[in-house]
Design a binder for this molecule. Structure first.
Ligand code: BDR
Ligand code: CA
Length: 306
């Protein structure tokens, strides 16, 4: 089977960690590069977390450090959700820095894209700063991008503001650049993340499943993205789920823009499902997910890990 080449841009993050586990052990994906971006916590911490995970999994994927701050806004973080390290709950061994590239993430992405024979899918599961910089600095890479499958935004309410989701709210200007890029963009919004849940019975199964399951189980004890009782939200895994099992989603082709200067709504993704703005569609937005299918896929995927 030929594997689908991807670059994952991430800010681990407990749900990022789970998404990375699934992607790295998938037989259908070839993760060519991991780039890090400030988001859930600062750049140094999220990079350390990516390295911790790769060492834990025993996967030698190059890692490039990206933006330490958003394009314009002051940085925010989500340490209230993921803990002060960004991945509280498990004692990882101190990671080596062997996998860290000397290049900045934007240059590493450019190189990997340009060197590739086939187009590569970008999978951003954090703020979109690195991707926006890449598209602005090196527009020639556009022909080498198969698709951008991102977790971010919302078709309804937000989790950072009334109408804004964290990844977009953290760097709305970057998100606007991505949605206006004229590249094929797939958006996995908060709304579907809210239905991609892990309940206590499955979390308990993870504990004894394998080493990865045990690690994730422990991270889940500290994760505040939902509660154990009502379900932990696996936002970032929905982007990987879309790559591997798109049939679990209902998708709408529509126009999306990002509010930059709303007095109350900065960072809101305006998803024009009813076509009020009369603009051509620029994104595929996942508007629903088969929650049972997700649950089954999620557990089966983690079973493939060590
Ligand atoms: C997004 O915000 C982060 O905290 C998660 O990792 C996810 O990418 C959900 O809004
Ligand atoms: Ca994330």
């Amino acid at each position: 089977m030929t594997k689908r080449p991807v670059i994952i841009d991430t800010d681990p993050g407990i749900d990022d960690a789970v998404a990375l586990a699934i992607a790295l052990y998938s037989e259908e994906l070839e993760v060519r590069l991991i780039t890090t971006v400030a988001g859930n916590v600062g750049l140094e911490k999220v990079t350390k977390n990516a390295l911790r995970l790769l060492q834990f999994f025993g996967k030698d994927i190059p890692v490039a450090l990206g933006a330490a701050r958003p394009l314009i806004k002051a940085p925010i973080d989500a340490s209230d959700i993921h803990g002060s390290t960004g991945m509280d709950g498990f004692e990882f061994e101190e990671p080596t820095k062997d996998l860290v590239l000397k290049e900045h993430a934007v240059n590493a992405m450019r190189r990997v894209l340009m060197e590739s024979v086939e187009p590569i899918t970008l999978v951003p599961i954090g703020p979109l700063t690195n991707i926006a910089l890449l598209l602005n600095m090196y527009p020639e890479v556009k022909d080498k991008i198969a698709e951008i499958v991102l977790m971010g935004g919302s078709t309804g309410r937000g989790n950072m503001g009334v109408m804004a989701e964290f990844n977009i709210f953290a760097d709305p200007e970057a998100a606007k650049i991505v949605f206006q890029s004229e590249l094929p963009v797939v958006m996995l919004p908060l709304d579907v993340g809210l239905k991609a849940l892990v309940y206590p019975e499955d979390s308990e199964k993870l504990k004894g499943m394998n080493e990865t399951g045990r690690m994730i189980y422990q991270l889940f004890q500290k994760y505040r993205g939902g509660s154990m009782k009502t379900g932990l939200k696996m936002y970032d895994s929905t982007a990987i789920a879309y790559l591997l099992k798109p049939e679990m989603f209902q998708v709408a082709d529509t126009f999306v823009d990002v509010e930059l200067s709303g007095t109350l709504t900065t960072g809101c993704t305006v998803v024009d499902l009813k076509g009020y703005l009369g603009k051509p569609s620029n994104a595929k937005v996942c508007i629903d997910i088969d929650a049972d299918m997700f649950k089954q896929w999620f557990m089966e995927s983690l079973q493939k890990c060590n």
